[in-house]
Design a protein around this ligand. Structure first.
Ligand SMILES: CC(C)(COP(=O)(O)OP(=O)(O)OC[C@H]1O[C@@H](n2cnc3c(N)ncnc32)[C@H](O)[C@@H]1OP(=O)(O)O)[C@@H](O)C(=O)NCCC(=O)NCCS
Length: 169
């Protein structure tokens, strides 16, 4: 069985996290966000919310993953989510996902949406494991290789949160 990380905390991203976040982003996505996009999200976009996953400070590199979303009315759109390649398959991605959903429900969200590359089975499986469903397909969505995106959604967030772990997502 793969070992799950327990000594980890999830907290809000700050500008000081950007050097590590940008490194993980470049290791994780064919089209990483430029630094100015993160700066905009952190300082100018009131709809944005960004989190990092951090190991305790006895580890040499403590930030090992991050997630971002936009909250618009009752919809939370997951804009980014990545875990450093050396730390994958340890439950960190799903803890980030659930932390985003937890925050969003607290803010009144009822539906979560996201796009994922059709070839990205790791991420697709993670979202399916947490009851997201495939709602559609956006053709030629990614400009690096014209790959299609799957549109995935999770509805009834408030009700699910109460049903899952008594409200402790
Ligand atoms: C997708 C990603 C965030 C998953 O993070 P992770 O910490 O490795 O995932 P977790 O360990 O929390 O796994 C949660 C579930 O996801 C699925 N999963 C994760 N990696 C998988 C893989 N390589 N193959 C198949 N399923 C996988 C499994 O269902 C897993 O549940 P299980 O442990 O009970 O089998 C990570 O692979 C990543 O950073 N990828 C690059 C960036 C990216 O694609 N982000 C998503 C954009 S939409």
């Amino acid at each position: 069985m793969r070992q799950k990380i327990s000594d980890m905390l999830i907290r809000e991203m700050t500008l000081d996290d950007l050097p590590v976040v940008l490194r993980i982003d470049r290791l994780s996505f064919p089209l990483p966000w430029p630094e100015r996009s993160y700066r905009f999200e952190l300082t100018r976009n009131p709809a944005a919310h960004l989190l990092v996953a951090e190991l305790d400070d006895t580890h040499p590199q403590s930030v090992i993953g991050f997630a971002g979303c936009w909250l618009i009315a009752d919809e939370v759109h997951i804009s980014t989510l990545a875990v450093h390649p050396n730390h994958r398959r340890q439950g960190i991605g799903e803890r980030l996902l659930l932390a985003v959903l937890e925050w969003a429900v607290g803010m009144g969200a009822e539906i979560a949406t996201l796009e994922v590359r059709v070839s990205n089975h790791a991420a697709e499986n993670m979202y399916l494991k947490h009851d997201f469903v495939i709602k559609g397909r956006k053709e030629n969505y990614y400009r690096d290789n014209n790959e299609d995106a799957l549109l995935m959604t999770l509805t009834d967030l408030h009700r699910r949160r109460v049903e899952v772990d008594g409200g402790d997502w």
